[in-house]
Design a protein around this ligand. Sequence first.
Ligand code: DSN
Length: 410
Amino acid sequence: MSGKIDSVISKLIKQEIKRERETINLIASENYVSKQVLAAVGSVLTNKYAEGYPFRRYYDGCENIDKLETVAIERLKRLFGAEHANVQPHAGSQANMAVYLAVLKPGDVILGMDLAAGGHLTHGTKINFSGMLFNPFYYGVNRETEQLDYDEILKIAQKTKPKLILCGASAYPRIIDFKRFSEIARNVGAYLCADIAHIAGLVATGLHPSPVEFAEFVTGTTHKTLRGPRGGFILCRKNFAQCIDRAVFPGIQGGPLMHVIAGKAVAFKEAMSKKFNLYQKKVIENSLLMAFGLMEAGYRLVTGGTDNHLILVDLRNKHVTGEEAQKILGSIGITVNKNVIPFDPHPPNITSGIRLGTAAITTRGMGKNEIAKILEFINEAIYNRNNVSELNAMKRRVRRFASQFPIYAE
Ligand code: DSN
C-alpha cells in the first residue's frame, strides 16, 4: 500500500499544521497531544473491531487489543485512584449518556448546571438528548459572586427531587466543591455524577480537588487539560462497574475506537509523570498571569478571577460583543470562543463574553513574557477593531510570534 495521502486531504492537513503553528490557541477546551499520542492514534489499531470488553469480545483476533485496553483501564484507574474505569466512550457526551442510561429511566428528574451559567449541553439542555429524554432542572450561579451557591443548589434539589445531580462545567473558572455536592446529593437521595472534562488534567495532578471519593460517577474527556486524544472516559465504584460497562456497550456504542484507546493509554502514562505535574502548575500560573493582566487592562472577569485553566471575560465595558471579539481576534490569528456570561443580556450566538484558556499555549512552552505579549495583541486588536490595515499588520506579527513556538519539531 502506498503511504501517500491523496492530494486533497494531504493539502488540508498541511494547511491545518500551518494554521496551528501560526496562530495562538486560547480555546479552553483544546490542547496539543504529544507525538507519541499522535502515533498511537494514527496506528493500525484503527483496523480492528473489538465489540465487548477485554477477554470478552464478539470478534476474534483481539489478543493484542485485550492487553492494550486492559493497560488503558489500569492506567486510568491509577491516575485518578478509581475502583473501576471505562475507556470506551467516544467522547464526553457518550460518557454522560452512559451514566444516565445506567441509572435512570426516561422521564426521571436530573439536576445540572444551566448551560447559560457555564454548564454543558449534556447536563440537561432541552435541545440535547439529556433534556429530551429526561426531566431536567437547573442550578446557576449567585448573581453577586457569579459562583456556585451551594445553599441555593440544596434548596433547588430539595424542591425538584432529582434522581441524578450533575456537577462540573464548561465555563466555570473556580474550584468546584465536590464534597458539598455529594452532601446535597445524599440529602435528597440522588446519585452524583461529576463531569471533569475540563479539569481532568488538574484533578489528575492534585491541583483541583478530586470528586472520585464523593461521586458515584465521574465522567470526562481526554483531550482538554488531560492532553490526550479526543475521547471520553467514565470512573465509578465497583458496584456500578457492570451497569456502566453495559450502558457503554451494548447500550449506546458499538465497536470501541481502539486506536484512540491506545492514544488514551499513552496520554494516561504521560499524565503520571513529574513533567506533566509541572505542566499543569504552569497552566494555572499562566491562567493567573493572564487574569491579572486582563484586569489591569480594564477587563472585567466573571467571578473576578480564576482558580483553573480558564478565564471568562465580560466585554460589556469594552463595548464589544463576544461574537465581535471572536471575529476580531480570529482575524489576527488568536483563536478564542465567544461565551455567554452569567445573566448574559445577549443570546448565545452573540454573547457578552469570551472564554480564554491556557492549556494549549502552555504546552507550546509559553510563559510570563508570552502572556504579556498575547495580552498586548488582544488589547491592540480590540482597540483597532475597525482599522483593517492595522489588523492585517497585527496578523503578520502574531504569525511571527506564534511560529517561534513549534508544536511538533519539524
Ligand atoms: N465543547 C466543549 C467545550 O468547549 O467546553 C465541551 O464539551
